[in-house]
Design a protein around this ligand. Structure first.
Ligand SMILES: *[C@@H]1O[C@H](CO)[C@@H](O)[C@H](O)[C@H]1NC(C)=O
Ligand SMILES: *[C@@H]1O[C@H](CO)[C@@H](O)[C@H](O)[C@H]1NC(C)=O
Ligand SMILES: *[C@@H]1O[C@H](CO)[C@@H](O)[C@H](O)[C@H]1NC(C)=O
Ligand SMILES: *[C@@H]1O[C@H](CO)[C@@H](O)[C@H](O)[C@H]1NC(C)=O
Ligand SMILES: *[C@@H]1O[C@H](CO)[C@@H](O)[C@H](O)[C@H]1NC(C)=O
Ligand SMILES: *[C@@H]1O[C@H](CO)[C@@H](O)[C@H](O)[C@H]1NC(C)=O
Ligand SMILES: *[C@@H]1O[C@H](CO)[C@@H](O)[C@H](O)[C@H]1NC(C)=O
Ligand SMILES: *[C@@H]1O[C@H](CO)[C@@H](O)[C@H](O)[C@H]1NC(C)=O
Ligand SMILES: *[C@@H]1O[C@H](CO)[C@@H](O)[C@H](O)[C@H]1NC(C)=O
Ligand SMILES: *[C@@H]1O[C@H](CO)[C@@H](O)[C@H](O)[C@H]1NC(C)=O
Ligand SMILES: *[C@@H]1O[C@H](CO)[C@@H](O)[C@H](O)[C@H]1NC(C)=O
Ligand SMILES: *[C@@H]1O[C@H](CO)[C@@H](O)[C@H](O)[C@H]1NC(C)=O
Length: 526
């Protein structure tokens, strides 16, 4: 019986873990076919008391799209009902013990003191309190009491201070995430205990925790099961031990934002299933060549922002057909965009900004139908913007500013129904503004300034009901300023200066919509 129970636990854990790895949003609890034990009374009381420690605040859990929208899970917790059925609570069906608590993004606001009744739940195996506001709580030593804990996530929840040694008692942890608590410090002595004692660890995320006293060599003692290591913006210094890459299961490495981190990474024999590499803003050089890239067939994320790369390398990426995020911005890369880039059909985010790329954008770009964010700004691209951009129906943000694009703005832009931000400023775009732009009902910011656009502002702009920011200055626009712009109730910043408008400024405008006196003064024509 005991071993069956153990097996059930293990299977549950395994299932859970697979879901987590697939970044799925499946519910935390699983239905069991056998009749379940109701919640243990003492644990029910502990949960109700825990609930009372916090208030619900609408701004305690920012909504981080595309994650699920935050809501107050504890509101379903009612005295006299079975706590195993409460939102976010998982019980062992045989014993009625609370073994899982997932209050991620639950709008909780308040402090977790050492006397919190959370610590009366000794059977917890999974604890997720991420994305709440714990008001600069310390991570108290009592967190080290959950001896059966395999999963602990406190990310983005306003903890601060020193991480206690007791965290290293959690020797069964498979996943530990303390990231994005901006004033946490992890001292070298505690870090070394964690690294040595947490032998089951597969996922470790300490991004934004201050690790400045930690010697990078101590990373060599990390568990050989490690599959995901995220140490972004941890103030790590010195040489990163390159043999970490040889950990047999490593699939994700994020060292971005550690400005004083040096070292080198091996050129060959990376694991075929390596998924994600982020070195942005470090001093770790890599050789972006054919040999290196051919190691990385399964790569989904590559972030090499501000890594001092030169040369012409874009063809290399054409074979990385699994790529979802590619950020090679703020380097000194040059050359043209090869049409093979259009075969990266899984791309969600592409950032080539602040380089020296030139030439025309290939028509094949229109194949990147999953793109959500595209930034080609601050390069030397020229020619017309391909009309195939109209196929990028998922685009939320498009930035082509500071290039030499010429010709018309493609009227196919009117198909980009999800677009929130469109930046085309500082190019040589000419002709009329296509009236199809008026169908971008989600548009929040539109900047077409510093081009050669002429003719009138399309009357269809009255449909841009979400528009907050409209910049059309420094063009060749003429005619009347359409009084229908007045119906844009969300507009807070408008610049129409340096054009050739004639006639009166529509008197019906309520100028109070238009922000600061400085912004108002920009109404005047040249
Ligand atoms: C916790 O619940 C949220 C939804 O509120 C879900 O997105 C997240 O994956 C869950 N966490 C775990 C560890 O299952
Ligand atoms: C769990 O089981 C109950 C009762 O059998 C059912 O009403 C409920 O919909 C199930 N929940 C899920 C998530 O399957
Ligand atoms: C939040 O922290 C401040 C400063 O420590 C404290 O005065 C306040 O009572 C705390 N609020 C809650 C709800 O815990
Ligand atoms: C828990 O500890 C805090 C801080 O020491 C204290 O303010 C609070 O009254 C205590 N709560 C209970 C229920 O003892
Ligand atoms: C921890 O897990 C072991 C093995 O599954 C079990 O025997 C023990 O009762 C658990 N401890 C608690 C406090 O749940
Ligand atoms: C919490 O951590 C998970 C896993 O590392 C990450 O995907 C998610 O974005 C984080 N959530 C928040 C709210 O920071
Ligand atoms: C390491 O983990 C073991 C349990 O496996 C525990 O007994 C010991 O106290 C831990 N040591 C430290 C320093 O955390
Ligand atoms: C990180 O911690 C060290 C002390 O360990 C401190 O000197 C440094 O200022 C901290 N960094 C930040 C950004 O707070
Ligand atoms: C690794 O851990 C051992 C103890 O298990 C310790 O003696 C050694 O110094 C550690 N290595 C590094 C590089 O920290
Ligand atoms: C590569 O990683 C996978 C998944 O983690 C693992 O199963 C496999 O053994 C690794 N391959 C090598 C050659 O290390
Ligand atoms: C892409 O893959 C093909 C077939 O595997 C190979 O012949 C070609 O050299 C690769 N190109 C690059 C740039 O890696
Ligand atoms: C950028 O690369 C060009 C050659 O493509 C070179 O002339 C220039 O010096 C480089 N600039 C920097 C800052 O490295």
């Amino acid at each position: 019986m005991a071993s069956l129970l153990w097996l059930a636990h293990f299977l549950c854990f395994l299932l859970f873990h697979l879901h987590f790895r697939a970044a799925s949003s499946l519910p935390f609890s699983f239905n069991s076919s056998s009749p379940a034990m109701p919640c243990q009374h003492d644990q029910s009381l502990a949960l109700l008391q825990f609930k009372k420690t916090f208030s619900i605040r609408s701004n305690a859990s920012p909504w981080d799209f595309p994650y699920p929208r935050p809501y107050p899970k504890t509101e379903s917790w009612k005295k006299g009902t079975d706590c195993c059925l409460w939102d976010g609570v998982t019980c062992d069906t045989e014993t009625g013990n609370v073994i899982g608590l997932n209050l991620s993004s639950s709008l909780l606001y308040g402090t977790i003191h050492s006397n919190n009744t959370l610590f009366f739940l000794p059977h917890l195996q999974k604890l997720d309190l991420s994305n709440n506001h714990f008001n600069n709580s310390q991570i108290v030593p009592q967190f080290g009491q959950f001896l059966n804990l395999s999963y602990l996530n406190l990310n983005y929840s306003v903890f601060e201070g020193r991480i206690p040694l007791e965290i290293s008692y959690l020797s069964g942890l498979v996943s530990l995430d303390l990231s994005r608590n901006y004033d946490l410090i992890l001292k070298a002595t505690v870090f070394n205990e964690i690294v040595q004692n947490l032998t089951q660890l597969q996922e470790l995320d300490l991004s934004d925790v201050n690790l400045s006293s930690v010697a990078t060599s101590s990373l060599m003692n990390l568990s050989s099961s490690i599959s995901s290591l995220a140490l972004s913006s941890c103030e790590l210094q010195g040489k990163f031990p390159d043999n970490i890459i040889r950990r047999p299961n490593l699939q994700l490495l994020d060292l971005s934002g550690n400005e004083d981190l040096t070292g080198s990474l091996p050129r060959h024999n990376w694991n075929n299933s390596f998924r994600s590499l982020s070195l942005s803003g470090t001093k770790i050089p890599i050789y972006l060549d054919h040999d290196f890239i051919s190691n990385l067939k399964s790569l989904e994320t590559l972030e090499l922002r501000a890594c001092n790369f030169g040369g012409s390398t874009l063809e290399l990426f054409g074979n990385l057909t699994q790529l979802i995020n590619l950020d090679i911005s703020h380097n000194n890369l040059s050359g043209q965009i090869p049409s093979s880039l259009g075969s990266l059909e899984a791309l969600y985010s592409l950032d080539l900004s602040y380089n020296n790329f030139h030439g025309e954008i290939p028509y094949s770009f229109g194949n990147l139908g999953e793109l959500y964010s595209l930034d080609l700004s601050s390069n030397n691209f020229n020619g017309e913007i391909p009309s195939s951009f109209g196929n990028l129906g998922e685009l939320y943000s498009l930035d082509l500013s500071y290039n030499n694009f010429s010709g018309e703005i493609p009227s196919s832009f009117g198909n980009l129904k999800q677009l929130d931000t469109l930046n085309l400023y500082n190019n040589n775009l000419s002709d009329q503004i296509p009236s199809s732009l008026g169908s971008l009902g989600e548009l929040y910011s539109l900047d077409l300034s510093y081009n050669n656009l002429n003719d009138e502002i399309p009357s269809s702009f009255e449909n841009l009901k979400q528009l907050d920011n409209l910049l059309l200055n420094n063009n060749d626009l003429s005619g009347q300023i359409p009084s229908s712009l007045e119906s844009l109730k969300e507009l807070s910043s408008l610049d129409l200066s340096y054009n050739n408008f004639n006639g009166e400024f529509p008197s019906s405008f309520t100028v109070s919509n238009f922000g600061t006196p400085k912004q108002q003064s920009q109404w005047s024509n040249s």
